[in-house]
Design a protein around this ligand. Structure first.
Ligand code: PLP
Length: 966
């Protein structure tokens, strides 16, 4: 036998995904280890990770499966989902995602792997797409201003409530909510109000308004059961009472209906899902939020604004950033960070592709079908209760609702059972004539012939009175009429995508955000029809594939974290924080410790932490950090002693945002427990722990994970996200449940739960397939290897950059965890150069900047992740080192202190249209890295003027994309 012939097992190993996910191959790993003076990856554990946090138990996740096998498995899973025609409505509708958008956006890494557009110059494509979304929302709602998405309709309504509290003059602490709002919206608003001490009263706004004093009124338009009412008088009463009025509206209906702004609404929220985004068993979808211009500084979430660049040309960016948690901490307007950018982009493109005429055809057809359906149902002798409606019928069927719904299910249709006597039927873009006939069949009476659709159509009168029909034009901006052929649309999307730096172009070394590979195989199942097309309130027995997915993913996450139970409901990290703190509060209350309301938060924490604590009704007390960036144990002891009786929780990030494994984590947890508090762990940095440590076994009581960081859900340009929380067993009973779907928290006990925190029972269910696939393909050993590779990459970067940039924090032996902070404070003094200049100069080298000025001002935080190989990391380090040399040239007087490559960066092609007057060469400006020549990234704009943008806030599509003038 030949010694050279590989063994069969070796040949069979070819299918492993692990080396596809982890960037450095064996050779590169050895080289990097050697530079750090280490022999093997395992040495990192002993050298860097504190021994007392290490896990020694064997994980259950021993098996790994290949990419092909994962798809096979998920295909089996999807077969257990039975997708029926959904006529349930309640804020979720079937829709048709145009194939050109599916292929070129949803399935295109140029869009889905992008980061939140903090670096506006490399984000002009998605910023334009988001501006289109905002413009569509502004047009349809009639409001003056819209943001670039929130998490879902229900949380958007809750945000509207808290915004109303900040603005309304009424001193009452009561919120009135229309009984005809979607039940999940009422539940989420109630949960949010409870922790803030507001009282929520569900009312019939036509009857009950005068009797109450209140600061916010929330209406649904059209109502959840379909009826459309003119809210003019109601809104006038609310305004007389000094309250603000929020209207939760349906975007498609607004194509035909008079917009809420015309009735005097102050805030309009809703779900943009039916603009081309699949239901996905609840999400992700983009919620919208629109309001008056005068309230713009109080709006939650991000707003895209128009500004100008260094050439005086129009350029886009995120406006009004000063409202955000990063700056305002516990005084922030909202805790929302990751929102739903990718889904807002898709909804915006849907409006662009269809334009006003296309949308009118879609909405008009849905509405006409609804009227025809109603006439047919009446023909069979049933009472259609709604008089004025868009797409939803309320049918009275005394004592027969359940039976008829069962009959419909047999015919392949899900109806909404409202109570024993009423059914709801909602139509959508996908409804066909056959669907109408199938519904009639359900309601049919013996001896009555089925009506003829065309005949009914001829005799129908419009059920919506003129006063409620839309009179004004919509979508008049040219962007909504230019791209209606597929060719033009394809090119428009490609034009925008190529303006941006996403992971398909270069590494995005963002500290804390873990921009790792989002593998193609992981993404596949989101496009499977049986996952994509399921309504979140479909009967559980139709959704067994999903139920299996949740159970398996929860098991995996429990195994990796050491917690006993998980809730998948929170749809971003911020929502996980809020939910976890609610769980802790509930625990204290149930134990007769309701007075515990102090939340200790280290100074280094992410801005969402204090903002979430405030939302959960807690008081924030900051704990200092010591000179090494660690939580100051002395200050912690002081604060614990001071708040011994009122301590609710410590919220801690581990490893800390300073990028170092603190030695004292276990000690800190013990101290908090001794004082009666619970430990909340912000798990955004779990990428440094997976497979090494199980936080639930070393002192943490609750933890959120960002599946869109550690577990491969793509960032989407700022969402979607998933922020599930894990808890130890004593907290499991309090995890969220849901008002529409039973059994969401199987551990629910006599004391109830914290309530509901998302519109959908399992949050953004459809993208959980991504994290499931990642974990299944990596297994425990692959995940551990990924963690070690991430630590190796980060330390390799730190080692390479240390001679050029001081590394701000390291452990006692000079090591870091999975990210590092480089100190740029000195350059301000020596060369007049800021971190922003460095960030912008990196663009000329073709890179997206690291995290700027968080958690320490005037620093950059770099996280390479395990997915980047040595070649890419070396390329990045070379750029950083070259930039350091450019800074030195300024300091030494070799380059002009005012006009130099850093201050003028990024160098856009627009410079080539002018005479060259800069005191350095074009070569140096555009091609600082000699290897770039054949694949140069050209920033579409020069440096963006933020001050100008904040002085001239404009958040709609410009008609003329030329120069701006003062
Ligand atoms: C990203 C992040 C968060 C917030 O998570 P979102 O999903 O954006 O809401 C919180 N804490 C830390 C440390 C983070 O990095």
């Amino acid at each position: 036998m030949s010694a050279k012939r590989p063994r069969l097992e070796q040949l069979e190993m070819r299918g492993s995904f692990v080396p596809r996910h982890i960037g450095p191959d064996r050779r590169q790993t050895e080289d990097m280890l050697a530079e750090l003076g280490l022999k093997q990856l395992e040495d990192l554990v002993e050298t860097i990770v504190p021994a007392n946090i290490l896990n020694h138990d064997v994980l259950k996740l021993t098996e790994t499966i290949s990419e092909r096998a994962v798809i096979k498995y998920l295909r089996k899973m999807r077969e257990r989902n039975k997708v029926l025609v959904s006529m349930i409505g309640m804020g979720f509708y079937d829709t048709i995602m145009p194939a050109v958008i599916k292929r070129n956006v949803l399935e295109n890494p140029g869009w889905y792997t992008a980061y939140t557009p903090y670096q506006a110059e490399v984000s002009q494509g998605r910023l334009e797409a988001l501006l289109n979304f905002q413009q569509a929302v502004i047009d349809l709602t009639g409001m003056e201003l819209a943001n670039a998405s929130l998490l879902d309709e229900a949380t958007a309504a809750a945000e509207a409530m808290t915004m109303s509290r900040r603005i309304a003059k009424s001193t009452a602490n009561v919120v009135l909510i229309d009984r005809d709002c979607h039940p999940q919206t009422i539940a989420v608003v109630q949960t949010r109000a409870a922790s803030l001490g507001y009282k929520v009263i569900p009312v019939d706004p036509l009857a009950d308004l005068d009797r109450h004093e209140f600061f916010a009124l929330i209406l649904q338009y059209p109502g959840s059961r379909g009826e459309i009412r003119d809210p003019t008088d109601i809104i006038a009463v609310a305004h007389r009472k000094q309250a603000l009025v929020t209207v939760a509206a349906d975007l498609l209906s607004l194509v035909l209906l008079r917009p809420p702004a015309h009735f005097g609404a102050d805030i309009v929220v809703g779900n943009a899902q039916r603009f081309g985004v699949p239901m996905g068993y609840g999400g992700p979808h983009a919620a919208f939020f629109a309001t008056r211009d005068e309230f713009k500084r109080s709006v939650p979430g991000r707003i895209i604004g128009v500004s100008r660049d260094s050439h005086g040309q129009i350029a886009l960016r995120m406006a009004l950033q000063t409202r955000e948690q990063h700056i305002r901490r516990d005084k922030a307007t909202s805790n929302i960070c990751t929102s739903q950018v990718l889904l807002a982009v898709i909804a915006g493109f849907y409006a662009v592709y269809h334009g006003a005429d296309g949308l009118r055809m879609i909405a008009g057809r849905v509405h006409r079908y609804a009227q025809i359906l109603a006439a047919g149902i009446a023909h069979y002798g049933h009472e259609v209760v709604n008089q004025i409606y868009f797409d939803t019928l309320l049918v009275r069927v005394p004592n027969r609702a359940k039976r008829l719904a069962a009959r419909a299910e047999e015919a392949g249709i899900n109806l909404r059972v409202i109570d024993a006597d009423h059914l709801g039927i909602s139509l959508d873009e996908t409804t066909t004539r056959n669907d109408l006939r199938a519904v009639w069949q359900v309601f049919s009476a013996p001896g009555r012939e089925m009506p003829d659709i065309n005949a009914l159509d001829k005799i129908l009168d419009e059920c919506i009175p003129d006063g409620l029909l839309r009179q004004d034009a919509i979508l008049q901006n040219p962007v909504f009429s230019r791209y209606h052929s597929e060719t033009e649309m394809m090119r428009y999307m490609r034009k925008l995508a190529r303006r941006d730096i996403a992971l398909d172009r270069a590494m995005i070394p963002l500290g804390s955000c873990t921009m790792k590979l989002n593998a193609a195989t992981e993404m596949q199942a989101i496009s499977f029809y049986e996952f994509a097309a399921m309504h979140p309130f479909a009967p559980l027995h139709q959704a067994q594939g999903y139920q299996q997915l949740f159970a398996e993913l929860e098991d995996m996450l429990c195994d990796l974290t050491g917690f006993d139970a998980f809730s998948l409901q929170p749809n971003a990290g911020s929502q996980g924080e809020y939910t976890g703190l609610l769980v802790i509060r509930k625990f204290h209350q149930v134990n007769g410790q309701g007075r515990r309301d102090i939340c200790l938060i280290p100074a280094s924490a992410h801005g969402t932490n204090p903002a979430s604590a405030v939302l959960a009704g807690l008081q924030v007390v900051v704990v200092a950090c010591d000179a090494n960036g660690n939580v100051s144990i002395d200050d912690l002891r002081d604060k614990l002693a001071k708040y011994h009786d009122t301590l609710a929780a410590l919220m801690i990030t581990y490893p800390s945002t300073h990028g170092v494994y603190e030695q004292a984590f276990c000690e800190i947890c013990d101290l908090v427990h001794q004082h009666g508090g619970q430990v909340y762990l912000d798990g955004a940095n779990f990428n440094a722990l997976v497979g090494l440590s199980r936080p639930g076994r070393i002192g943490a009581d609750v933890m959120h994970l960002n599946l869109h960081k550690t577990f491969c859900i793509p960032h989407g340009g700022g969402g979607p996200g998933v922020g599930p929380i894990g808890v130890r067993s004593h907290l499991a009973a309090f995890l969220p449940d849901h008002p529409v779907v039973d059994g969401v928290n199987p551990a629910k006990g006599e004391h109830g739960t914290v309530g509901t925190v998302s519109a959908a029972p399992w949050g953004s269910a459809s993208i959980l397939t991504i994290s499931w696939a990642y974990i299944a393909m990596m297994g425990a050993s692959g995940l551990k290897r990924a963690t070690l590779a991430a630590i190796l990459n980060a330390n390799y970067i730190a080692r390479n950059l240390a001679p050029h940039y001081p590394i701000l924090y390291t452990d006692a032996n000079g090591w870091i965890a999975h990210e590092c902070i480089i100190d740029c404070r000195e350059f301000k003094k020596t060369a007049g150069i800021t971190v922003e200049d460095i960030a912008k100069r990196l663009i000329d080298y073709g890179f997206h900047a690291p995290t700027v000025a968080f958690p320490v001002p005037d620093t950059l935080m770099i996280e390479p992740t395990e997915s980047e190989n040595k070649t890419e990391i070396d390329r990045f380090c070379a750029a950083m080192i070259a930039i350091r040399q450019e800074i030195r040239e300024i300091a030494l007087g070799l380059a002009d202190p005012d006009s130099n490559v850093l201050r003028n960066a990024p160098h856009s092609h627009r410079l080539l249209l002018e005479e060259w007057r800069l005191p350095y060469s074009k070569q140096k400006a555009f091609f600082p890295d000699s290897e770039q020549h054949d694949d140069k990234y050209w920033p579409p704009v020069g440096r963006i003027d933020n001050v100008y943008g904040d002085r001239h806030v404009m958040c709609s599509c410009p008609l003329d994309w030329g120069e701006t003038r003062d």
